[in-house]
Ligand binder design. Structure first.
Ligand code: C2O
Ligand code: CU
Ligand code: CU
Length: 508
């Protein structure tokens, strides 16, 4: 089966596998029946200079929609999605991540995948804070998994600017199944600079996690398989139901005023094209914090792993309704209260200075290919980074405090969200190139001019949409810690099938 750019497939599309059992049709469920669940804030078990949290991974049953039975999920803590960690820049926290999951998995493990061999336990977990500047021992290395009955304590220094990070499972070879089961939550870093901007806050700042799911006819989570019992891995998952904070098509009552929405795409493979017809989305931030200035967007495209920070003003819609959509799919209904309110929040015309890193600061440029097909004949097909497998010797070894340019050469028809642990980076540009010539040893031959990063991509990022048939260049200061980290595609199915590589930050 060819990989195609299916990122924009409507949610009510068909899963591309012939012999799957029928799934439940979410379009038969009435939308906008239940309120959007607001994510609780995690409470430390011990305060003090380094607040300590204890968060358990557990199996539980949750109500996704009024007309569905309780759905089995895996989560952190006692809600799904997990509670939000609220951290302050420069103030470390420690989290004991306790594995209390059952010892058998309810989703189809593919034992052919690297790290998921039959000799490994079925249920294995390790937590990664995506976007966190974290020492290697606390970063959640994919092979540093542990089994139910065990716990690991990670220390998070929070030495970074205010932004919305997120935590999720990262166990080698089964990350897609563990996150699909539900293992994720928000991790929000705040700082004084952002506080002084007086953006909407408290009840007017709402974090939302988007993920797509499919359900079996009896209303349980459905994850497809390839149809080959010994090799169930599928190249990408697209669900037919869109959940927001764990609810299928909820509504949100809002005041006719400004709101700040923190959006996270926690889907395995789906891209969202967020829009609220009739309203403009003012994008104020991306993965790693505030943009230099707000960018008015009609529609914001968000890949798996990415976050966007948006201001939406409902003042002109008092007494009316609006709908958050992605393509034709209605994700969430806003019910705007009538009348007028006194909105004391602000939307400043400039936000945070982002010093553009000059290309001349880079000491190394790496040309890295995305997704050479590893095996044209045998299934399963596999996408690699720079044509190297996970277990091959480390090839990317930037030095601490140096700047590098990484040219991501996408040879496939898919957009791959490429994520580097530890660091934040800037997007330089994207440019068409002659993939045929490249494959045949002709090197990089460009077509036309480079397209600079879009206005809403001029802030700091940790995940970049490397679009098909383009070379996407990022410039990366390697700061924080030396040690072993990973970089990978954030399409969870690709990541699990070796579209992930270790990299070493060498001591300065
Ligand atoms: Cu969102 Cu390697 O992670
Ligand atoms: Cu990460
Ligand atoms: Cu990919």
């Amino acid at each position: 089966m060819p990989l195609t750019r299916r990122a924009f497939l409507p949610l009510l599309g068909v899963i591309g596998h012939a012999q799957q059992p029928l799934t439940l049709h979410p379009e038969s469920l009435t939308p906008f029946l239940e309120p959007l669940p607001l994510l609780p804030v995690a409470k430390p078990v011990e305060s003090g200079p380094v607040p300590r949290y204890r968060i358990a991974m557990r199996e539980m049953r949750v109500a996704v929609h009024r007309d569905l039975p309780a759905v089995r999920v895996w989560t952190y803590g006692s809600t799904w999605p997990g509670a939000t960690i609220e951290a302050r820049s420069g103030q470390p926290v420690s989290i004991e991540w306790v594995n209390q999951l059952p010892t058998s998995h309810f989703l189809p493990i593919d034992h052919n995948l690297c790290g998921a061999e039959k000799t490994n336990p079925a249920v294995r977990n390790v937590v990664h804070v995506h976007g966190g500047r974290v020492p290697p021992g606390s970063d959640g290395y994919p092979e540093a998994w542990y089994t139910p009955g065990h716990a690991e304590t990670h220390r998070y220094p929070n030495g970074q600017e205010a932004t919305a990070l997120w935590y999720h499972d990262h166990a080698m070879g089964i990350t897609r199944l563990n996150t699909y089961a539900g293992l994720f939550g928000f991790y929000i870093v705040r700082d004084d600079f952002e506080d002084r901007l007086n953006l909407p806050r408290g009840a007017y700042e709402i974090p939302m996690i988007f993920c797509d799911r499919s359900f079996t006819p009896d209303g349980q989570l459905f994850y497809p398989d390839s149809g080959q019992p010994n090799a169930p891995w599928v190249p990408e998952f697209y669900g037919d139901a869109a959940l927001v904070n764990g609810k299928l098509a909820p509504y949100l009552e809002v005041q006719p005023r400004r709101y700040r929405f923190r959006f996270l795409n926690a889907s395995n493979a789906r891209f969202y094209r967020f829009e609220i017809p009739g309203l403009s989305l003012m994008q104020i931030g991306s993965d790693q914090g505030l943009l230099p200035a707000p960018v008015p967007m009609k529609r914001v495209i968000v890949a798996p792993g990415e976050r966007v920070d948006l201001i939406v003003d409902f003042a002109g819609l008092a007494g009316e309704r609006a709908v958050l959509k992605s393509g034709p799919t209605e994700l969430l209904q806003f019910r705007v209260a009538a009348g007028k309110v006194d909105d004391t929040s602000r939307l400043p015309s400039s936000l945070r200075t982002v010093r553009r890193i000059a290309e001349s600061e880079a000491v190394t440029t790496r040309e890295l290919t995305l997704g050479e097909v590893d095996n044209l004949v045998a299934a399963p097909m596999r996408m690699l980074l720079n044509n190297t497998h996970w277990a091959m010797p480390v090839t990317e070894k930037p030095r601490l405090n140096s700047v590098e340019i990484w040219s991501l050469i996408n040879l496939t028809d898919d957009s791959h969200p490429i994520h580097l642990h530890l660091v934040r980076f800037q997007i330089l540009d994207r440019r068409r190139f002659d993939a045929f010539a490249f494959r045949n040893g002709g090197g990089l031959r460009y077509f036309g001019n480079a397209m600079p990063a879009a206005a809403n991509e001029t802030g700091w990022k940790d995940t970049v949409q490397a679009d098909p048939k383009l070379v996407t260049r990022i410039i990366v200061p390697f700061e924080g810690y030396s040690g072993r980290y990973v970089w990978h595609c954030h399409l969870a199915e690709h990541e699990d099938n070796e579209m992930m590589r270790p990299y070493d930050v060498l001591p300065a």
